[in-house]
Design a protein around this ligand. Structure first.
Ligand code: ADP
Ligand code: MG
Length: 588
């Protein structure tokens, strides 16, 4: 057993191992009086029970509350325990005299001397408390020792709930390299916490890209000039960047395409690409390939929808199988409908048929960074049935870009409402989105792509994704199923903490995992109104009573929403069925 060196820790006041100040003068001071609270009466290796005395007349004694930390002295070490249950012994309590309390704690680390003779915290325990070992309230120095920066780059994101003058520090590197999750019931402060964390990451890591997938269009306000915002009106996503499956998702508006439809597209898209690349010779060849390298339906090179439609037309004319002819005809009708649907202007509306891949990637992933390392990708204007296809494209590209740039373009992808894209039930999700997010979760670390997962329903989120998040900020969670998921996701030694997840205050959380030394009950910093995410609804309603209503915007929205019927191609735009608006086709 290592004995405590003579040399006192210069960073700490002269205290004995129980946390008492050694100088008699200090000991006489009621503020620094001994902090013994009781003695261990049971221990099972991970938990200990302490019998403590509490005098209700002693108003210097702060009330016990679950979530507080205590220490137990064992030889030269102090074991750290997280209080998860407080009871009056045998249910007896008197107002007049001292009471016996039974405190249950979960043991999750120890403070001892490190090689330099300084007090240091380590997770896990090298010794166990014996029966009768003295327990103490935790002194501030111990709290500082536990939570002080162990990592090179840390950021303060709040204060400890137990001692509000001690900053709650998290490791920036651990957050970015290992994925993190913020979970909690709606309204507890997830989005506000995320925006504060992202502000701090951006300050510390000027070359870290951050892509926020913002389903409620709420983050724009929180970042102001610091972020580049992409809205459905400014988005110009070349449709040819989509893989076959992503593209089919759009054409079939969220419905699964038939096998035959996919076969037809798989055959025709490379031909359309060859025509674009090789001009007339591509058409002559009538097969993918042409004069350049092989093209597949997933190769991200430009083609024109006009060519694709013409190829389908030619096919209808030349085919002899009635079944396939029907399938091709229906597919063409779907194309006509989607291409003329104003809601899909962000994909098909551009008149520019040139290769815009670098421009698109540069804008979304901030290359060059040009002062704005954050992209807020507003998704609420994107037709809901195809949002997952767009999320798939973005997550896939974030990974591919990191890979192709040899980790120089490192992106943190923040995915709000993550349970929508990666739900527990694989059948409820669009497989490519799930695959793209899982790929970042599993392999992103190697290339510098990380995930920030936000959800109010952790039990609806694929557990394999949560298990890849090595840091979890758990705000209040009332639902048992959600608590169970968090309990399973965290290390053994911290599971009792989950019991009080349902009673956390707003913007209070328990932070678990790699970015913190030990589970930390903390309260996020107050975030001023200007840096808080603001929902579109809140923005609109604040201006609704006055002259802030824009009829132009409302009409634009109505036009977007009146989409043609996908099966017939007819709808809001009379005469649009089976007609392609030439402006959408790009130069031929
Ligand atoms: N850290 C904070 N500082 C100031 N206000 C906060 C903070 N966290 C939450 N709030 C308040 O609570 C509201 C809801 O927070 P929000 O982050 O939108 O919750 P969630 O994303 O979990 O639904 C915010 O609009 C804000 O008024
Ligand atoms: Mg939110």
């Amino acid at each position: 057993m290592t004995s405590l060196p003579d040399r006192p820790n210069p960073a700490l006041p002269d205290r004995d191992l129980a946390g008492r100040l050694r100088t008699p003068a200090a000991a006489a001071d009621p503020q620094t009086r001994p902090t013994d609270i009781g003695h261990v009466i049971a221990c099972d290796g991970t938990k200990a029970v302490i019998a403590a005395l509490s005098d209700p007349r002693d108003d210097l004694e702060p009330a016990w509350a679950v979530g507080q930390m205590i220490t137990i002295t064992v030889d030269t070490r102090r074991l750290i325990g997280l209080l998860f249950k407080v009871e009056a012994d045998q249910g007896v309590w008197t107002h007049e005299s001292t009471n016996r309390l039974i405190l249950s704690v979960e043991l999750n680390g120890e403070i001892g001397c490190d090689d330099n003779g300084l007090y240091a915290f380590s997770s896990g325990m090298s010794v166990y408390p014996r029966i009768g070992a003295p327990a103490h309230r935790m002194c501030e120095e111990d709290l500082l020792t536990i939570y002080r920066a162990r990592h090179e780059t840390t950021m303060p994101i709040g204060v400890l709930s137990q001692a509000r003058d001690i900053p709650a520090l998290v490791s920036t590197d651990a957050l970015l390299s290992r994925h993190f999750a913020v979970v909690g019931t709606t309204g507890t402060g997830k989005s506000t916490a995320i925006s504060m964390i992202l502000h701090k990451i951006a300050e510390q890591k000027p070359d870290q890209r951050i892509l926020i997938l913002d389903p409620h269009n709420e983050y724009r306000e929180a970042f102001g000039d610091k972020a580049h915002t992409i809205t459905v009106d400014t988005l110009d996503l070349p449709f040819w960047l989509l893989t076959l499956e992503e593209f089919a998702r759009i054409v079939f508006r969220g419905e699964p395409p038939g096998g035959e439809d996919l076969d037809i597209l798989r055959e025709m898209i490379p031909r359309a690409k060859a025509i674009y690349r090789d001009g007339a010779s591509g058409r002559m060849l009538r097969k993918p390939g042409g004069t350049g390298p092989a093209l597949t339906s997933d190769t991200p090179v430009p083609y024109r929808i006009a060519d694709l439609i013409q190829l389908l037309d030619e096919d209808i004319g030349s085919l002899d199988g009635a079944r396939r002819r029907l399938a091709t005809r229906q597919l063409k009708a779907r194309f006509d409908a989607v291409v003329t649907d104003p809601r899909f202007d962000f994909l098909f509306g551009s008149r520019d048929a040139s290769d815009r891949m670098s421009a698109f990637l540069g804008t979304v992933f901030r290359v060059p960074i040009e002062q704005q390392q954050i992209t807020v990708f507003e998704m609420s204007g994107i037709p809901s049935e195809v949002v997952d296809s767009i999320v798939s494209v973005l997550c896939r590209l974030a990974f591919d870009l990191a890979l192709a740039s040899h980790s120089r373009v490192r992106t943190l992808v923040v995915c709000e409402e993550a349970h929508r894209y990666i739900p527990t039930e694989p059948d409820n999700a669009f497989a490519p989105t799930r695959a793209a997010i899982s790929r970042i979760a599993k392999e992103g670390r190697k290339y510098g792509v990380s995930l920030g997962i936000v959800t109010q329903r952790p039990h609806e989120l694929d557990p394999t994704i949560l298990s890849q998040c090595n840091t979890i900020f758990a705000l209040r969670l009332g639902n048992d199923a959600d608590q169970d998921v968090i309990r399973r996701a965290i290390a053994n030694g911290s599971r009792s903490a989950v019991a009080f997840l349902s009673s956390l205050a707003d913007r209070e959380c328990i932070a678990f995992g790699k970015a913190v030394s030990t589970p930390m009950r903390m309260r996020f910093h107050h975030v001023g109104r200007a840096a808080r995410p603001t929902s579109q609804q809140a923005r609109t309603s604040s201006g609704a009573a006055g002259s802030g209503v824009s009829m132009h915007q409302i009409v634009a929205q109505l036009r977007r929403e009146r989409a043609p019927d996908p099966d017939t191609g007819s709808g809001a735009n009379p005469g649009s069925s089976f007609q392609i608006d030439a402006r959408r086709l790009g130069p031929v």
